[in-house]
Design a protein around this ligand. Sequence first.
Ligand SMILES: Nc1ncnc2c1ncn2[C@@H]1O[C@H](COP(=O)(O)OP(=O)(O)O)[C@@H](O)[C@H]1O
Ligand SMILES: O=P(O)(O)OC[C@H]1O[C@](O)(COP(=O)(O)O)[C@@H](O)[C@@H]1O
Length: 302
Amino acid sequence: MTVTVTYNPAVDQTIQFDERMAPDRVMRADEAQFDAGGKGINAAQLLTAMDRPCVATGLLGGFTGSFIRETLQDDGVETAFVDVDGTTRLNTTAIAAAEEYKLNQAGPAVDESVVDSLLEQVRAQSPDRVLVGGSLPPGLTPDAIDRIATGGDWETIVDTGGDVLRELDAQYGLCKPNRAELGDATGADVSTVEGCADAADVFRDRGFDRVLASLGADGAVLVGDAGRLYAEALDIDVVDTVGAGDALLSGVLSAWEAGADDETALRTGVAVSAQVVQRAGTAVPDLDDIDSLRDGVTVRRL
Ligand SMILES: Nc1ncnc2c1ncn2[C@@H]1O[C@H](COP(=O)(O)OP(=O)(O)O)[C@@H](O)[C@H]1O
Ligand SMILES: O=P(O)(O)OC[C@H]1O[C@](O)(COP(=O)(O)O)[C@@H](O)[C@@H]1O
């Protein structure tokens, strides 16, 4: 069973415009979409949709926090959040004439003592693995993630920005940097797939047993004891890439939970992420034919 930890959840607002974004003018959208968001929460929704036992934890506050809790419960996702003062943030994605703008808030300031309460919630679930996803709100340092990794007898997986990734000091089962985060955290040249795999190898020497590097339209690389695998992205019409990394990671974790090997897991992750990027927002897409979609993913050893 997987527990997800989202220290800095978000209500994801997605608004779309036909015309390009421009300053000093009122941009009027016909509609707006609101989804429960934040990297760990996105993963919990996808894992639940793929029938993998999962509990979503993290920090929630204010009316936006209530929206997230109610949305997850309506979606059948088990929750065990810690309530905090302040208001959970609203992250806005504006899609204007096919250009995507991501406007993220920092989130409510919290006291480090909240990590103790969160760890209690995690331990109470007796998880096999814990996925810590997303940024940290003001008041928390990377130690808040290391404390999860050292807080119990579970495997810890982490998906966070390169600046935080670089500071982690515990042992992790997997990290999921995207191309920019891979380059930021290692200083390596990540302009080629081989370069990304080399940079991922550097990460493995820093306490990450496996590295799942997401490369956007170029697909993904999975590096671990079983070797270095590269999967091409599927050729699809992209609407919104927000949530793509969470989808890739969720697909990989879901396949591993079903006993799949690394190649099948990587194929599954690419297939799930392809479904997510074909629609706006971070709500769960149609995952019914993931098995046939993943058979269409090209994978090779590097
Ligand atoms: N333009 C695209 N075409 C097809 N698949 C994509 C595209 N962008 C992202 N994906 C899929 O989503 C995955 C994660 O995308 P990426 O943007 O790297 O993640 P993140 O959201 O973490 O930055 C990719 O590995 C790929 O499988
Ligand atoms: O696009 P990704 O990396 O899969 O993550 C999407 C999620 O990350 C967020 O952009 C938040 O990211 P951060 O936690 O890193 O600030 C959410 O708004 C969104 O739900």
